[in-house]
Design a binder for this molecule. Structure first.
Ligand SMILES: [Zn+2]
Length: 327
């Protein structure tokens, strides 16, 4: 294998850990998955080693396979890495008394940003060509603490996506024909199709959340899982070119994120704050990337009692954009 060929597969160093997290996230899940395998509802998992253009996870109801692509997982890894780094910077600056904390003037930002930008470059587009994982950015084989944390987060994030796909395999076996029909190239969606597809996605989301959080788990582990679920949802936001969270056949991105937020039951105040931080930094990053104004002209007005107030403010801005796009 040439150097660049090898680089392509940095992410494959995590495949075994992903399998393991999926199969044995906790005892109850391990049993559940064993029984799905016994019933033939799930046959296995396939890692597609293509890296460009990235393609999200899928499941094949006919074969019972869940398919994860190296390209998408690589992108997701860069998002995990980026979010962990941003929190680090935020914590470096904690205590600085100013209404708007800028994260980009930290010396740590450049590496974070280059890594994330490469991840985003795996997005399908006609003018881009595939660039193997460059040496000057972070990757999962490095030894730094931030890399290790990103690896841990990516593994949980991938298992969350697999539970979503498992949800389709378990719940939607009887919809195989419908799915094939609507996915065929020349099919025009009929009235009700989108709603049905959306409902199936909501069911799979709820199934995934039940697999992740439906059973008691140790607090720090549970915190990491919430962190991972939020980052997984945010990763979809960051692929958008406009501040538009609507989706045709899927629930809107903000709805899916809120569904995760509604499940959060972390009691440790420090961990709870980190979760809130991830969410609000993520939403602000989305608005920044899509050039949506969200800081009022007078930044003194950009101050909030707590994270709930800030989150509510950001979701309100997202709602306003949805209204604009709907109009
Ligand atoms: Zn789905």
């Amino acid at each position: 294998m040439s150097k660049s060929e090898e680089n392509k597969y940095y992410i494959s160093s995590l495949f075994d850990f992903i399998d393991d997290a999926f199969r044995s996230g906790n005892n109850e899940i391990a049993e559940k998955i064993q029984s799905f395998i016994a019933q033939g509802k799930i046959k296995g998992r396939e890692f597609n080693d293509e890296i460009f253009p990235m393609k999200g996870p899928t499941s094949n109801i006919d074969t019972g396979f869940i398919i994860l692509q190296a390209g998408f997982l690589s992108y997701l890894w860069t998002v995990c890495y980026f979010m962990i780094g941003l929190i680090e910077i935020y914590q470096d600056k904690a205590g600085i008394d100013q209404p708007v904390v800028s994260l980009i003037d930290s010396e740590k930002f450049e590496l974070l940003n280059h890594t994330f930008a490469w991840g985003k470059s795996l997005k399908p587009s006609i003018d881009a060509e595939f660039v193997p994982w460059p040496d000057h950015i972070a990757n999962p084989m490095q030894k730094e603490i931030r890399v290790k944390q990103a690896n841990q987060l990516l593994v949980l994030s991938a298992s969350y996506l697999m539970y979503h796909e498992l949800g389709h395999l378990v719940l939607h076996a009887d919809a195989a024909e419908f799915i094939k029909t609507v996915k065929s190239p020349f099919y025009t969606l009929r009235e009700g199709d989108s709603r049905r597809l959306r409902n199936m996605e909501i069911q799979a989301d709820v199934f995934a959340l039940d697999c992740m959080f439906g059973f008691p788990t140790e607090e720090h582990n549970r915190y990491m899982k919430f962190f991972a679920a939020i980052v997984t949802q945010l990763a979809e936001f960051f692929l958008r070119g406009m501040p538009d969270t609507r989706s045709k056949n899927y629930p809107d991105l903000d709805e899916r994120l809120k569904r995760v937020l509604d499940r959060i039951d972390i009691s440790d105040p420090g961990l709870k704050m980190n979760i809130d931080l991830v969410c609000s930094i993520g939403l602000q990053l989305f608005l920044t990337l899509t050039f949506a104004e969200f800081i009022p002209p007078d930044p003194d007005k950009f101050s909030f009692e707590d994270f709930d107030e800030l989150k509510a403010y950001l979701f309100k801005i997202i709602d306003a954009w949805k209204e604009k796009y709907n109009a």
